[in-house]
Design a protein around this ligand. Structure first.
Ligand SMILES: [Zn+2]
Length: 341
């Protein structure tokens, strides 16, 4: 029997909640910074970058995040970021990932929407050929930028409609950004066939999750951990098997949860929810998807079989086609059987 950490490293996985810019590792940022040396405050030296990235607090995370957004200045930067993020996911045996992309931030900084979409699409196809990973996109509204950002994100989604686009999201802070105001945008996105995946119940209570479900037609919930405080909501989510995109380390880093030992993951599992494990902004939170599976296993006192169940949940909750789901599930089954052998 291999140890659990080794088991997780080899387990075929699906990642459903990871941000495009937030996935930029120091190695990727060094490459982007070198392209813009002297025109950015971000160091291009990998050692200096490791210090620059060392997580201090939430304000520091925002600062690092925005400085990386500022490094994405042309189509080539978008392509490099996307292709390299895919490489790092594939290294962790991620077979399929839905990346949350915020086109509004890049378009506002001067990359035209068609050029942006062309770059991510080209990188997506190359990543499939180079690393054997399938990428899909969730275009999300940066909630803090309000309704103009919602309008622009919807327009880009519907006008450009890149092949890999499967869902419409809502990110950024929850406090002071009520979900219901975004209903008209989600209505239009859903009418056009995009799936609804807003962040909700990360830093605010269960009402935000109810709002996401009732007002935005949420088919999966980004985070959603405060659902644990509302037994009616837990029953609702369990009955409909709404996918929950849980990102344990992120919740501690942003102080949504005080200590990892207090994380509500076990409660969500006990209530029968379709829980998936994800990494959110992994290098910026000092984590990886493998680390998040290890954290979840510890919280749940889980062995390989239950860890494999978490990976299967992500397959089930994904927007992959049935044949793709079947293929990855079979891979997970075969892997579990082989490690038991
Ligand atoms: Zn997120």
């Amino acid at each position: 029997m291999t140890d659990l950490r080794t088991f997780i490293a080899g387990l075929p996985k699906v990642e459903l909640h990871v941000h495009h810019v937030g996935s930029a590792s120091p190695r990727i940022v060094a490459e982007l910074a070198a392209r813009h040396e002297g025109r950015s405050p971000v160091p291009a030296d990998p050692q200096l970058l490791a210090d620059y990235f060392a997580f201090r607090d939430f304000a520091h995370f925002i600062e690092v995040y925005l400085s990386v957004v500022d490094l994405i200045r042309d189509q080539e930067d978008v392509w490099i970021l996307t292709h390299e993020v895919a490489r790092e996911l594939a290294r962790q045996q991620v077979r399929y990932a839905e990346l949350t992309v915020t086109p509004y931030s890049h378009v506002r900084r001067g990359i035209p929407a068609p050029a942006f979409c062309e770059a991510i699409e080209d990188a997506r196809k190359r990543a499939a050929a180079d690393f054997g990973i399938e990428l899909r996109w969730c275009f999300d509204i940066p909630g803090e930028a309000g309704l103009p950002a919602a309008e622009e994100t919807l327009r880009i989604s519907l006008d450009e409609r890149p092949d890999g686009l499967v869902s419409f999201g809502l990110g950024g802070p929850e406090i002071g950004v009520p979900r219901p105001q975004f209903k008209p945008y989600f209505d239009q996105a859903r009418a056009a066939g995009l799936r609804s995946v807003p962040h909700a119940g990360e830093t605010t209570g269960p009402q935000t999750v109810w709002d996401a479900l009732r007002e935005l037609g949420a088919e999966r919930i980004g985070h959603g951990i405060s659902a644990a405080e509302d037994s009616q909501l837990l029953a609702y989510l369990a009955e409909r098997q709404i996918g929950m995109e849980v990102c344990p380390t992120s919740n501690v880093r942003t102080r949504a949860v005080a200590r990892i030992e207090e994380h509500p993951l076990p409660r969500l599992i006990e209530a029968g929810l379709l829980v998936t494990i994800n990494s959110d902004d992994p290098p910026m939170f000092g984590t990886t998807l493998d680390d998040e599976y290890a954290v979840a296993a510890r919280l749940l006192d889980a062995g390989p079989a239950q860890v494999a169940d978490l990976a299967r949940n992500a397959v089930t909750a994904s927007f992959l086609d049935p044949a793709g789901k079947q293929r990855i599930s079979a891979e997970i089954d075969a892997y579990l059987a082989a490690t038991r052998g």
